[in-house]
Design a protein around this ligand. Structure first.
Ligand code: FBP
Ligand code: MG
Ligand code: MG
Length: 334
């Protein structure tokens, strides 16, 4: 029975039976993410101080300038997951290719692969606006004892066994699902312990907040332009409120609590949208659906899309069920 304010450790042990093949590995995996998040949280709180601010000097495969915190978060999550004998492979926004984790005995015996966006909302790091980390977990499909292959990572989102995010904001929270609802844990920085502050999180069926970068308006598909006009109309419970933080994790987190929709459509310079299917859209879609919300590319369910590339992008519409369905209605009308 979920008890408010129980610790994350207690919750994991108590809900271990939720995990298919409950052999403790997934619990250990969530525990290692909890630990790495604390280390990253410590650095995020120093953002603005010389040693952790600004660009790291390299660009990632997406052509983005890597921030020092992108690199620190990436190394911290990879090291923490690798040292705990749970994962057989990791894919990250900050690494061109996936990383094979042989395991201490080089026997490739581990069963899970993790896909991660180590630092989400990088453009907000140096301006003291909340950022996040996003993770997605699959059971490998290649035989245990053999090296992972790209196929282990290109699984459709509906095969995820766990997904979540950490938000480094006014407080630091870990929000995740293993397919049995969504729970949020707030870090008590003095004790270094996460407490169940948001049990059984639910997207309100409908909402009054829309989150989209309207600076790209002229490049939006007609369906999205029409939906934004619909949100701004003086009619019924509208106009809605426009809120856009520019960190996917933060915009989705707020909308999950208050009711709302996040939209990043295809635009001229990002015909397939900007967000990455494997380590941004799939994990957020799993959380949204587990919280009674919905996620699509404007037409089809995100989690039914068969991925073809590690860093592929996809248009993304995610949030309160009725709002996503309204966008799909406008997109169909075109
Ligand atoms: O500045 P834009 O084009 O609106 O894009 C903002 C979006 O891009 C992102 O920053 C992409 O994520 P990363 O910061 O991990 O690259 C999202 O968090 C955010 O929603
Ligand atoms: Mg991101
Ligand atoms: Mg990122």
């Amino acid at each position: 029975m979920t008890k408010k304010n129980q610790t994350l450790g207690e919750f994991i042990i108590e809900n271990q039976t939720d995990f298919p093949y409950a052999s403790g590995e997934l619990s250990r995996l969530i525990n290692s993410i909890r630990l790495a998040a604390k280390m990253v949280n410590h650095e995020v709180n120093k953002a603005g101080l010389v040693d952790i601010t600004g660009a790291a000097g390299d660009t990632n495969i997406q052509g983005e300038d890597q921030q020092k915190l992108d690199v620190f978060a990436n190394e911290t999550f990879i090291k923490t997951l690798t040292n705990r004998e749970i994962v057989c492979g990791i894919a990250s926004e900050e690494n061109d290719d996936f990383i094979t984790i042989e395991g201490q005995k080089n026997d490739h015996k581990n069963k899970y692969v993790v896909l991660i966006d180590p630092l989400d909302g990088s453009s907000n790091i140096d301006v003291n606006v909340s950022v996040g980390t996003i993770f997605s977990v699959y059971r490998r499909i290649t035989p245990v004892g053999t090296p992972v292959t790209i196929e282990d990572f290109l699984q459709p989102g509906n095969l995820q066994v766990a997904a979540g995010y950490i938000i480094y904001g006014t407080s630091t929270m870990l929000v995740y699902t293993t397919g049995h609802g969504v729970n949020g844990f707030t870090l008590n920085p003095a004790l270094g312990t996460y407490y169940l502050s948001h049990p059984n999180m639910k997207f309100p069926e409908n909402g009054k907040i829309y989150s989209v970068n309207e600076g790209n308006y002229v490049h939006f598909p007609q369906g999205i332009k029409n939906y934004i006009k619909y949100c701004q109309e003086e009619k019924e419970d509208r106009p809605y409120t426009s809120r856009y933080i520019g960190s996917l994790v933060s915009d989705i987190h707020r909308n999950m609590i208050k009711g709302g929709i996040y939209i990043y459509p295809g635009i001229s310079n990002y015909p397939n949208g900007k967000l990455r299917l494997l380590y941004e859209c799939n994990p957020m879609a799993f959380l949204a659906e587990q919280a009674g919300g919905k996620a699509s590319d404007g037409f089809q369910r995100i989690m039914d899309i068969k991925p073809t590339e590690l860093h592929q992008r996809i248009p993304f519409v995610c949030g309160s069920k009725q709002m996503v369905e309204k966008v799909e209605e406008f997109m169909k009308k075109g």
